[in-house]
Design a protein around this ligand. Structure first.
Ligand SMILES: NC(=O)c1ccc[n+]([C@@H]2O[C@H](COP(=O)([O-])OP(=O)(O)OC[C@H]3O[C@@H](n4cnc5c(N)ncnc54)[C@H](OP(=O)(O)O)[C@@H]3O)[C@@H](O)[C@H]2O)c1
Length: 224
């Protein structure tokens, strides 16, 4: 008698409690051929069929232990210190999460031959001559951008198999977590509060679910 055995793809998502991380976790956990684990410091948001693991990027052994134990085929890094303004004053923590965390992931991924899909940002550019191609020279103008560029470079020289996806201004339906740009505007205006906003930026807001589909395509097509 023959049996149909399906070997499931093991996907580990760092930053599973964040805006993008939640959406990725939900999407991949619903694919029948995927086994999903979500790592984050905050374990309050949980989807069914997902194994949740506590992670803190300030702890190298924690990051490496999670990867070694779950032994993923693919790691999606949606974790980051994303507060751009606070990155200027909380430099050490921003570097630890955005750069050292990625170095730990890359080191462990290389050891088990896992692929790393890392999410980066338009903040690696200075914004003077956009829109940019991926081959354009990065020139970050703030500390957040510098950490994100340093993380890209750390991944490039790590020897791990990786893809870097630079996105910007995410928006979408995220029941839990911080407000995306659209909801922030709508909720602030609804509450009758004034909004203070830059008037000299042109941007390409990205619908989170489109980015998640893009990540899936990168994985399916083994794009590096
Ligand atoms: N949102 C945007 O508009 C935007 C634009 C361009 C690029 N990006 C990039 O897209 C990615 C996802 O962004 P996002 O907006 O979804 O981020 P987010 O909502 O701020 O979520 C960040 C995630 O990182 C986790 N994290 C923070 N500190 C950590 C630590 N010390 N150890 C372990 N995990 C930690 C957070 O956990 P807690 O929830 O527990 O704090 C959360 O799960 C990031 O790489 C970001 O740079 C975002």
């Amino acid at each position: 008698m023959s049996q149909n055995l399906t070997i499931k793809k093991r996907i580990l998502i760092f930053g599973a409690s964040g805006m993008l991380g939640q959406r990725c976790t939900k999407f991949f956990s619903m694919l029948p051929d995927c086994e999903v684990a979500g790592a984050a410091p905050d374990e309050t948001i949980k989807f069914p069929r997902v194994e949740y693991l506590f992670n803190d990027f300030t702890n190298r052994e924690s990051v490496k232990g999670i990867i070694k134990d779950f032994c993923p085929d693919v790691i999606i890094n949606a974790a980051a210190f994303t507060n751009v303004d606070l990155s200027e004053t909380e430099r050490q923590l921003a570097w630890q999460i955005n750069v050292s965390g990625v170095e730990y992931i890359a080191e462990a991924a290389r050891a088990i031959d896992a692929r790393v899909i890392h999410i980066s940002t338009d903040y690696v550019f200075d914004g003077k001559n956009g829109p940019y191609r991926e081959s354009d020279k990065p020139q970050p103008v703030n500390y957040y951008g510098r950490t994100k560029l340093a993380a890209e470079n750390a991944l490039r020289i790590s020897g791990a198999v990786y893809s870097i996806l630079r996105t910007n201004v995410l928006y979408g339906i995220i029941p839990n977590g911080r407000l995306d740009f659209v909801r922030w505007v709508v909720e602030t205006v609804r509450a009758g509060k004034p909004i203070k906003i830059v008037t000299d930026q042109l941007n390409n807001p990205t619908f989170i679910d489109d980015l998640v589909s893009g990540i899936n395509l990168v994985i399916e097509n083994n794009k590096t």
